[in-house]
Each structure stands twice: as structure tokens, then as C-alpha cells.
Design a protein around this ligand. Structure first.
Ligand SMILES: [Zn+2]
Length: 218
């Protein structure tokens, strides 16, 4: 299996990114922080409420990335609980059928203190430690590899796919914007299409994190 995930998320991930996924019969997971929705930032504009509703009703997954996009190592238990609750109610307010089942650590920074707390609140937590999830998988620190032009090329993407096939594992990519001129944290449609075709060639299902967990039986 392969999962494509987008963090934050830029409007181009909900636009071009989601469209590319759908063209290849796949769906993605969008780890969203309520404070970034519809907001401009240095590299992109945050996706809109309407885009979130469309993603949700098209079968993409809306997942949690804290409300304020905070480093979990700097949050105590009460502050993390507030972040989770505020984000849940924010997305529930956009569409009452949105529930946040899975979490990704902002900046990829996990905290040994917050990990057990997050494990009670979410089915999984994703970091940015690259590699394939195989053999013994830490659901509360899922590995994810960059789908980011500054960090990987088509050959690098292919190597992850080959490793996923040989190990029978679960490959997760993470990225941000999808644009012909991506930010240092995003990818071109060309690289994303390459990865989607790599999955199709190997008959790998392109599924959300929630769906992958269901298939694993987790
Ligand atoms: Zn983020």
C-alpha cells in the first residue's frame, strides 16, 4: 500500500494534488491545523473551508496537525489537550461529519511525553522519519518519506517503491504544495505523477492513512 499525505495544507495540495490522486484512483490524507485554514503564509495560501468539505466528501481524509501548528515537545499535557480539542471542534464546525482519527507531528518533532497522550486520542501519529513501514510498525510514529523536489527525485521515489514491494510494507509520502514552482517543502505535479504511476505499475493500492490502518487491521 502507499499513502500520500499533505501537511498544513496549501490550496494547491487540495487542488492539483487531490486531482492527481483522483485521476489515479487514489485518495490522500490531509493533516490540517485549524489556524492555517484560508490563511496566507510565506510559501502558499492555506486551503479554504470549501476545499475541505469537497475533499472530505470525495473520500480524502481530514486528519489532525494540532490547531496552532505547535511543536509537540513544547506542549504540556493540558496544552496538547487544548490543541486537539480546538482542532476537532474547528473541523466539526466546517462539516459535522468530519472526525479526526489520525495525527501528524508538526515539524515532524515527536515527544516521548506527548506520545502516550496522542495514542489515546488518535489511531496513529506520523512523523517525517523516512523509510517503509514494515515488520514491526510503530503506529504512533509512522515513517514517512518526502515527496519534495528539493529532497528526492524520481529515482529516489522508485527506490522507496521497490523497498515497499520487497518488504510487503506500507509506504507513506508527505509533502505540502503541488506546483510547477514548488516551495522548498513541496513538489511539482511531474514528481507527484511519477510517484502515482510508480504505484499503479506495481499494483499498489493508493489509500488514505485511515484506510491503510483498516486494511492492516489496526
Ligand atoms: Zn506542518
Amino acid at each position: 500500500m502507499v499513502s500520500f499525505t499533505f501537511d498544513d495544507a496549501p490550496d494547491s495540495a487540495a487542488g492539483e494534488g487531490a486531482a492527481l490522486l483522483e485521476q489515479h484512483g487514489g485518495r490522500g490524507t490531509f493533516y490540517l491545523a485549524g489556524s492555517l485554514i484560508d490563511q496566507p503564509s510565506v510559501h502558499w495560501h492555506g486551503l479554504s473551508n470549501d476545499a475541505i468539505v469537497r475533499l472530505h466528501h470525495t473520500g480524502h481524509e481530514i486528519a489532525c496537525h494540532t490547531y496552532s501548528h505547535r511543536n509537540s515537545a513544547r506542549l504540556d499535557e493540558a496544552a496538547m489537550a487544548r490543541e486537539i480539542e480546538r482542532n476537532r471542534s474547528f473541523f466539526h464546525g466546517i462539516d459535522s461529519s468530519i472526525t479526526l482519527e489520525n495525527f501528524a507531528y508538526p515539524y515532524g518533532i515527536a515527544s516521548v511525553w506527548r506520545k502516550p497522550q496522542l495514542a489515546k486520542a488518535f489511531r496513529s501519529a506520523r512523523g517525517i522519519l523516512p523509510g517503509v513501514n514494515s515488520d514491526v510498525i510503530d503506529l504512533q510514529f509512522l515513517r514517512a518519506s518526502p515527496l519534495i523536489d528539493c529532497e528526492i527525485d524520481g529515482a529516489g521515489v522508485d527506490r522507496y517503491f521497490d523497498e515497499a514491494v520487497s518488504s510487503g510494507g506500507w509506504l507513506i509520502f508527505y509533502g505540502h504544495d503541488v506546483s510547477d514552482e514548488p516551495s522548498p517543502y513541496g513538489c511539482t505535479p511531474h514528481l507527484m505523477r511519477h510517484a502515482l504511476e510508480a504505484a499503479c505499475k506495481r499494483n499498489m493500492p493508493i489509500v488514505t492513512v485511515a484506510e491503510a490502518l483498516r486494511r492492516i487491521g489496526a
